[in-house]
Design a protein around this ligand. Structure first.
Ligand code: G3H
Length: 528
């Protein structure tokens, strides 16, 4: 808690009791066990977590009812939603996003309280999600326009489109509880799949203002929203075998555990965004001002709780002293405060046990020869631990191996560029890298190698997912399938087509199908 008072518009004046869950088009009242939702932000001078509200603790029974609802709404491909005209599906999505936009303030306020994201980033998360929905609608229309035709090869006509896969179980992460979750849910829905969605461990109540919009924008059973522990609700859904797609942003342990529950693993498609340990590599000719400011953003924005965060920094031996000095000063200059405070770059950690975990990483590194090189590094309060810059970090340290997902910054020096390259090749992760340097003769071969070790090489800038139209994926334990506005529509669908031999009999039928507009699939209508 900082001593600054909480502005009235951000105070928690009443609790959010989420007493319903969305099942088969109904907001069902839950009178069973509930769980309290706390923020690690204190509302009082003397520190204590703030109670924000309650959520239902659903059981296996409700989870399986949600699966029934999604399964029945898909109805073996005959359901209203999977067979609906593209224009009608788009209309449902537009209804949803219009209603969603009216809830910006409530959602942003809860984002700040539930996960400690600062005001600007919380607003950005909301706005970016709205843009993502509009972009998805536009891309889907384009996909449809591109399919509004017939191909002919070897005497066979083909009308090829992308169709839905079936029932999608959607699980999002706590660091982007709105954006990342919707970046799965929205494309899955747009392609005609039906869904069961369980919010992450933090960032749950912020969905409450949107529940009615889900209920009244989509046909019943198309979106089902359940609450509870993953083990209690997600496991039985997977064990049942009727889930066609597991869409999860989180860690590979949970993804693997859930995948193993499915009785027919060959049937299960996976769309996964998983952990990463993105390195920055600072070459000796790098523009240090630029490298430092990008590394600050990459390591500390949202306290390093981003899968794309820079989680280890390699600096050439010749410049490491200078880099460490200036980088440490820049870290110490960052302001800690509650999310609504002006200029607060560092904010409370939503996981109560995170400071202790980060401290363990620091202690382990120190025991093995690293030092905290910034003055404020490791300073701990009730809900925070100030980012510690650790140097020199070696491969036997936990902070080198583990994805810290929090405020601690390991720095390693190198003389031979093969060292970071070998480390990356050995690593379990392969999402992105940041490469800082100028000389094209040095950069060129490096880029050619790095693109084969990760899926995005950021030249003189920190790693990030956006803009959301670009591919977001990773190698090894970092991802399965590719997400971007465009790629996500592909990931949640399959190519399916109608083929007919080119003869008078078939052609007359095709013509009649098109003229009568009786089929929603066989159609050359052009959506504007
Ligand atoms: O947690 C991982 C997010 O996809 C990162 O997205 O790079 O826009 O923060 P971002």
């Amino acid at each position: 808690m900082t001593s600054n008072p909480i502005p009235p518009q951000f105070q928690i004046k009443e609790l959010t009791h989420q007493s319903t869950y969305l099942l088969d088009g109904e907001l069902i009242e839950w009178d069973g066990v509930t769980s309290e939702v706390y923020s690690t932000i204190s509302s009082t001078e003397e520190y204590q977590p703030t109670l924000l509200g309650t959520i239902p603790t659903l059981t296996e029974k409700e989870a399986l009812l949600a699966l029934d609802a999604a399964y029945n709404a898909y109805d073996k491909g005959q359901g209203l939603w999977p067979t609906m005209k593209v224009a009608d599906r788009v209309a449902c999505m537009e209804t949803f996003v219009e209603q969603m936009k009216t809830k910006r303030e409530e959602v942003v306020k809860l984002l700040m309280w539930e996960i400690g994201k600062n005001l600007a980033d919380s607003q950005k998360e909301f706005d970016r999600t709205v843009d993502y929905i509009y972009d998805t609608i536009e891309d889907y229309k384009q996909l449809d326009r591109n399919s509004a035709k017939f191909h002919k090869d070897s005497g066979v006509h083909a009308h090829i489109r992308r169709g839905p896969l079936g029932v999608v179980l959607c699980l999002g992460p706590y660091n982007y509880p709105l954006n990342e979750t919707f970046a799965l849910l929205i494309p899955a829905l747009m392609m005609g799949n039906t869904t069961i969605f369980k919010p992450a461990k933090f960032g749950v109540l912020l969905l409450s203002p949107l529940l009615e919009a889900f209920q009244n924008s989509f046909p019943k059973g198309v979106v089902n929203i359940i609450y509870g522990r993953g083990r209690t609700v997600a496991t039985p859904i997977m064990q049942d075998g009727r889930v066609d797609v597991l869409a999860l942003i989180g860690n590979s342990k949970s993804a693997n555990a859930l995948q193993e529950q499915h009785p027919k693993s060959n049937r299960l498609r996976m769309v996964l965004g998983l952990e990463a340990k993105n390195p920055a590599i600072v070459l000796k000719d790098a523009d240090l001002d630029l490298a430092i400011s990008e590394c600050i953003a990459g390591t500390t924005s949202f306290n390093g709780q981003r899968c794309t965060a820079l989680k280890v920094i390699y600096v050439h031996e010749d410049i490491v002293e200078e880099f460490n000095k200036r980088f440490s000063e820049a870290v110490d200059a960052l302001k800690f405060g509650n999310p609504w405070e002006d200029g607060a770059k560092l904010t409370p950690l939503p996981e109560p046990d995170k400071p202790a975990y980060i401290q363990e990483l620091i202690d382990d590194a120190k025991a093995k020869g690293a030092q905290i090189i910034n003055a404020k590094g490791g300073e701990t309060t009730d809900n925070y631990i100030f980012p510690a810059v650790l140097y020199p970090v070696t491969k036997d340290m936990r902070v080198y191996e583990e994805e810290q997902f929090g405020p601690v910054i390991p720095v390693i020096s190198f003389t031979d560029i093969e060292q970071p390259l070998d480390d990356m090749a050995e690593s379990n992760y392969g999402q992105q890298v940041s490469l800082f340097g100028k000389d094209t003769n040095t950069l060129a071969p490096l880029i050619d190698t790095l693109v084969n070790l990760v899926c995005r090489v950021n030249l003189n800038s920190s790693c990030q997912r956006g803009p959301d139209v670009y591919p977001f994926t990773g190698r090894k334990d970092s991802a399965v399938a590719t997400l971007s506005v465009h790629d996500a529509l592909r990931s949640f669908s399959i190519r399916t087509f109608v083929a007919s031999k080119d003869n008078a009999y078939n052609n007359a039928i095709l013509k009649d199908l098109l003229d009568s507009k009786a089929s929603n699939f066989v159609s050359t209508d052009y959506i504007l």
